[in-house]
Design a protein around this ligand. Structure first.
Ligand SMILES: C[S@@+](CC[C@H](N)C(=O)[O-])C[C@H]1O[C@@H](n2cnc3c(N)ncnc32)[C@H](O)[C@@H]1O
Length: 287
């Protein structure tokens, strides 16, 4: 079958889905199967592909039609201009999370100039946050923790692909993951994009997320705030004075989290909005 016809059939198969871009997604799948780039696909529309490739393509598009995330199919997601490998069992990094990384990069430049900065990330997933910070600022030393093995494996792969030696990953339950490490001192920054969906809302998430992304990366307990309740008080023992605590959060969780941070003596609390204009990131410094 010709590339153009195959693309049309694939795009038609997923055209009814509420989310996604059918033509782009069909093109991405074919790119992967043929091991070529987009330009090749666009300029070789009349080329015939083998029956084997056409069959594989249709099977994948059927899976996509059932809601299987395109990022797991092609095995990657772009974040902060870098390609991160992803697979089932690891959260697909979201572009909204880039505002958190951008804030940290600017904060480090303004606040710490040429100093070496120690950062702790709790809940690394694919490693997108830690590794993009480490890529864009080589002076940082980052420790990242996750409870689960698949995120740790994927994050290690991404670290190797990006050739970064200023990040190390550890398995554990939040701060337990760094117990026993030989540390020079405390952290300048603690960052986390923890699970923050209230348990009762898990069933209302769009199918792509609900059915295929890891529940443990999403479910934040009854009101979604379990992780903030644990991390905020404990972070006092791990941050330097004036150190930064910064979280991603749900759009309607700012008020509660701000109160928790203030109760623990954090100051200069601020909230950043995401690409849709919704509250998404909260930060404060330890007083
Ligand atoms: C929302 S995901 C964030 C992943 C990644 N940082 C990102 O922004 O794409 C939350 C991560 O926290 C991890 N996690 C869940 N419970 C944890 C715990 N008790 N200790 C450490 N990590 C945990 C999950 O496995 C998941 O990778």
């Amino acid at each position: 079958m010709e590339i153009n016809h195959l693309l049309k059939r694939g795009a038609d198969m997923i055209g009814d889905r509420e989310y996604g871009n059918p033509v782009l997604e069909a093109t991405m799948v074919l790119e992967k199967l043929l091991d070529v780039d987009k330009v090749y696909i666009y300029t070789h529309g009349k080329e015939t592909v083998s029956g084997d490739i056409a069959d594989k393509f249709m099977t994948i598009m059927e899976k996509r039609a059932e809601g299987y995330p395109i990022q797991y199919i092609i095995g990657k997601k772009e974040f902060m201009g870098l390609d991160f490998h992803v697979r089932e069992g690891v959260l697909i990094p979201r572009n909204d999370t880039e505002i958190l990384v951008e804030y940290i990069l600017e904060y480090m430049d303004e606040r710490h100039g040429n100093e070496t900065i120690d950062i702790l990330e709790l809940g690394i997933g694919s490693g997108a946050i830690s590794l993009s910070i480490a890529h864009y600022n080589r002076r940082v030393r980052i420790h990242g923790v996750d409870l689960h093995s698949i995120p740790l494996e994927v994050a290690e792969e991404n670290k190797a692909r990006l050739s970064l030696d200023n990040v190390s990953f550890h398995q554990g339950d939040l701060f337990q993951g760094i117990e026993g490490l030989e540390m020079d001192g405390r952290f300048h920054i603690i960052v986390s994009n923890p699970p923050y969906i209230p348990s009762d809302d898990m069933g209302t998430l769009q199918e792509e997320i609900r059915e295929y992304e890891p529940t443990d990366a999403l479910d934040g307990g009854g009101d979604g705030l379990d992780f903030y309740r644990r991390i905020i008080p404990q972070s006092r023992d791990y941050l330097i004075e004036e150190g930064l605590l910064i979280f991603e959060m749900g759009y309607d969780q700012g008020e509660e989290i701000e109160r928790m941070m203030m109760d623990e003596g954090f100051k200069d609390i601020g909230i950043l909005r995401d690409l849709q204009g919704l509250d998404r990131v909260i930060y404060g410094t330890m007083g």
